[in-house]
Design a protein around this ligand. Structure first.
Ligand code: ZN
Ligand code: ZN
Length: 351
């Protein structure tokens, strides 16, 4: 009898151990390394560098220079054409990281921001220097809205809600990094939002949308630092690949992206918000590093973004990024046409 109980107990112990092995090792194996109990981290930046101490933030705040206003040339987009276009490829720079890309009848907008400030409040925070090239009512019906992260210069509540309400009968699909769906639900967008982790993808028809790792961070409020993910996006049309780098410091992530996708036909890469380097380097690439990103992802044509739009976002002169970009492109011996900047409101056709 005792012998029987011992065998039974032994089987129980074996069963419990097996369960522990399956569940414990399973969760350790499946949990990606950029997911931590304190929030998300980057692939190639030590965790301690993810947030700046208060003293460092104050040092920047109290030693910074304010930017001198620059009167950038503003072009008027051909609105009737853009609104009815369903056949020609176009790329329009609306400002900062907001581009309208029309390809094969699909209208995609990146980080839509049409408001006057990149800020949680309407009376303070970085003010828009160059007006958006078009207003909400001018936008053609959008199919896809791609969001890189939740900083106020990339995720603008009034623009996102405006797009949603304008297209209430046929809203676009919002593609967002992991954890951001809740923000959309809270503002009343309860469906049509897909959130993806790095290297995950979502297919619509024969187009594929991939969230890819870039080096950045997230924060919207006081206690939510890095609680949701940030990402770049690769849009794979049947015969063309677009890379939207979002907001990023330079890291080995771009070599990883290049290794996975082999080449990009068109890349939108940030070239501004890099000064001072001692404060910005980890999270914002310089124009020279942007050129390295262009090379790492093997981009055929790149366009500089994230510059010349908001005043006092960072410290470099507002018109410096394109000048440094041109020099960096030349110093690498590249064709100057392969990495360019657009004027606000400029549309490229048949890229
Ligand atoms: Zn950002
Ligand atoms: Zn930004």
């Amino acid at each position: 009898m005792i012998f029987g109980i011992q065998i039974w107990l032994r089987y129980c112990l074996l069963f419990i151990t097996l369960l522990q092995v399956i569940f414990c090792s399973g969760s350790e194996i499946t949990k990606p390394t950029h997911h931590t109990d304190d929030g998300y981290i980057n692939n190639y930046l030590p965790k301690e560098k993810m947030s700046k101490g208060l003293a460092t933030v104050f040092k920047w705040r109290f030693t910074r220079n304010s930017q001198t206003i620059v009167d950038f040339e503003q072009l008027e987009p051909d609105l009737p054409f853009l609104q009815s276009n369903r056949s020609e490829e176009t790329l329009t720079w609306i400002g900062h990281s907001t581009f309208l890309w029309q390809y094969r009848g699909i209208n995609i907008i990146t980080d839509p921001h049409l408001s006057n400030r990149a800020s949680p409040v309407s009376f303070a925070g970085p003010e828009r220097l160059s007006p958006p090239a078009l207003v909400l009512r001018d936008l053609p019906d959008l199919d896809i809205v791609v969001i890189s992260h939740n900083h106020y210069d990339h995720l603008d509540k009034s623009t996102v809600l405006g797009i949603y309400k304008k297209q209430k009968s046929k809203p676009p699909l919002f593609l967002v990094p992991l954890g951001m769906k809740e923000w959309f639900e809270n503002i009343g967008i309860k469906s049509g939002v897909i959130e993806l982790d790095w290297w995950e993808s979502h297919q619509v028809g024969n187009w594929k949308y991939h969230a890819v790792p870039v080096q950045h961070w997230s924060r919207r409020g006081l206690l939510d630092t890095n609680k949701v993910l940030w990402a770049g996006w690769v849009v794979e049309a049947p015969d063309k690949r677009l890379f939207f780098a979002g907001d990023t410091g330079y890291s080995k992530d771009f070599k990883d992206i290049g290794n996975r996708f082999k080449s990009m036909d068109l890349s939108l890469i940030p070239i501004g918000a890099y000064a001072p380097r001692w404060f910005m380097k980890d999270m914002h690439c310089s124009p020279e590093e942007a050129v390295q990103i262009h090379l790492d992802v093997n981009s055929k044509q790149s366009i500089g973004m994230h510059w010349g739009t908001f005043l006092n976002l960072t410290d470099e002169p507002l018109d410096e990024p394109p000048v440094r970009l041109q020099k960096a492109v030349q110093s690498k011996g590249l064709n100057p046409e392969t990495f360019i900047t657009l004027k606000h409101g400029e549309t490229l056709k048949n890229l």
